[in-house]
Design a binder for this molecule. Structure first.
Ligand code: ADP
Ligand code: ADP
Length: 220
């Protein structure tokens, strides 16, 4: 089982303490909502966990390792960060195939995962012709490509229509039900509380609350 552990993590840009000495754990088998208004430090924290930025101090590990020490990262952690930024001239299929090859993931996973996110019919179209909602789905396909035990998604509902938002919730619940560690950021507390098991609330780079949600109905 693979947890994310964040310890005394800080990131200071020139003028901003984007992340200010935070501690939390994200555990398997749950959807953990990562909440806070714009500028709270959610994306910075996710980038630090993924080794895309260097912490000013503190540590972030996935399954006890720093991201850069993980051999085949996509097989350990799938992340959706800025889906809107995807504007490859490649087709969705070729875009994912390049990621698969680099991470020793079988090519047949590409077709399977594009079907899984509802892009099967659009697989041979160029990514730069995709709508924002399709880019979100493609980003989720990239995150799931390596069948990873840990999935991190930054605002995955952005650009999705209501049907897409229901789909993303169901997908996240399924992933947690399969025992994966799911961290999903949002600035919408109510929406996230409706499907998350745990909420971590960030404000001005600090953890304001870290709470397990009670289940009133059923037993997920
Ligand atoms: P959130 O994802 O919660 O909206 P961010 O992590 O994007 O928050 O931003 C946290 C703070 O850090 C904000 O004040 C933002 O302006 C600042 N920040 C983020 N990235 C950079 C950067 N590369 N350089 C300078 N400041 C940054
Ligand atoms: P570049 O444009 O630099 O070639 P890539 O898209 O190939 O970037 O990604 C570089 C590395 O980042 C990949 O080898 C992979 O480990 C990691 N990476 C890319 N996409 C994801 C993702 N969705 N989730 C986790 N890691 C990713």
């Amino acid at each position: 089982m693979t947890s994310i552990e964040v310890r005394e993590l800080s990131k200071v840009y020139r003028r901003t303490r984007a992340v200010d000495g935070i501690d939390f754990s994200v555990r398997p088998g749950r959807v953990t909502g990562f909440l806070g208004p714009n500028g709270a430090g959610k994306s910075t924290t996710m980038r630090l966990i993924l080794g895309l930025d260097r912490p000013s101090s503190g540590t972030a590990t996935i399954g006890g390792r720093r991201f850069r020490d993980i051999d085949w990262p996509l097989r350990t952690v799938g992340a959706l960060l800025d889906a809107a930024a995807a504007h490859s001239a490649r087709t969705a299929h070729d875009h994912l195939l390049a990621l698969a090859v680099g991470n020793r993931i079988p090519a047949r996973r590409v077709t399977a995962v594009l079907e899984e996110v509802g892009l099967g019919a659009m697989a041979r179209r160029r990514v730069r012709t995709y709508s924002l909602g399709m880019r979100q789905r493609l980003g989720i396909a990239a995150a799931l490509l390596g069948d990873p035990p840990v999935v991190m998604l930054d605002e995955p509902s952005n650009g999705l229509d209501p049907e897409g938002i229901i789909w993303i919730r169901e997908t996240l619940r399924r992933l947690a039900g399969e025992g994966r560690t799911v961290l999903v950021s949002s600035h919408l507390m109510g929406e996230t509380a409706a499907f998350a098991d745990q909420l971590i609330v960030l404000g001005r780079g600090r953890v304001l609350a870290d709470t397990a949600l009670q289940t009133f109905i059923g037993d997920h």
